[in-house]
Design a binder for this molecule. Structure first.
Ligand SMILES: [Fe+2]
Length: 179
């Protein structure tokens, strides 16, 4: 079995034995960092770039039943994606360059959905760094550096099958995902 499929099998084992999302994230984040650092992903898999947007990705594994999705992602200098959710948990591990992630939350008790988003933290995800995001996380992504950033992204479910939103930071208003 390939290193990639070994890793996918390891992820599936962790998910099957974990009790809840927090445990999944706690048990997978260092595994993601290790695989991102050691698997020569940039040399082995060819990213499909959207040159207009300056970002790109290649699917490394997409569970055919709507489960985990693993992507190698790239961000040219200056590339950015507006604040959005995933409607599932997600883990990002840096490979080369720096992918800056800013995490946001809705104010209040969760019932009041609108109002300016509150910034939780900004994390520079370079080589060896990882950020684990529970399902209710809102984040935006940017490459503020001068070299292309590469990262490994893992999602708990097939994003294309989920109801997801982008967010206006000033109002908290949701909108449809434009990509
Ligand atoms: Fe995202």
């Amino acid at each position: 079995m390939s290193a990639l499929m070994d890793f996918v099998a390891e992820i599936e084992r962790v998910i099957a034995s974990a009790e809840g999302e927090r445990q999944i994230l706690d048990r997978l984040d260092h595994r993601m960092a290790r695989f991102a650092a050691g698997a020569d992903l940039i040399g082995r898999y060819k990213i499909v770039w959207n040159e207009a947007r300056g970002d790109g990705e290649v699917a490394l594994y997409e569970d055919p039943d709507g489960g985990i999705q693993l992507y190698l992602c790239g961000w040219r200098p200056g590339a950015a994606v507006e604040a959005h959710d995933h409607a599932t948990w997600a883990i990002v591990a840096g490979i080369r360059g720096v992918e800056t992630n800013t995490l946001w939350r809705h104010p209040g008790d969760g019932m009041r959905r609108h109002g300016p988003l509150e910034r939780i933290e900004t994390r520079d995800i370079g080589p060896g760094k990882v950020v684990a995001m529970p399902s209710d996380t809102i984040h935006d992504v940017a490459n503020n550096g001068s070299e292309t950033a590469y990262s490994l992204h893992l999602y708990g479910r097939d994003l294309a099958k989920l109801r997801r939103y982008v967010y206006d930071l000033a109002t908290g208003q949701e909108g449809p995902i434009p990509w």
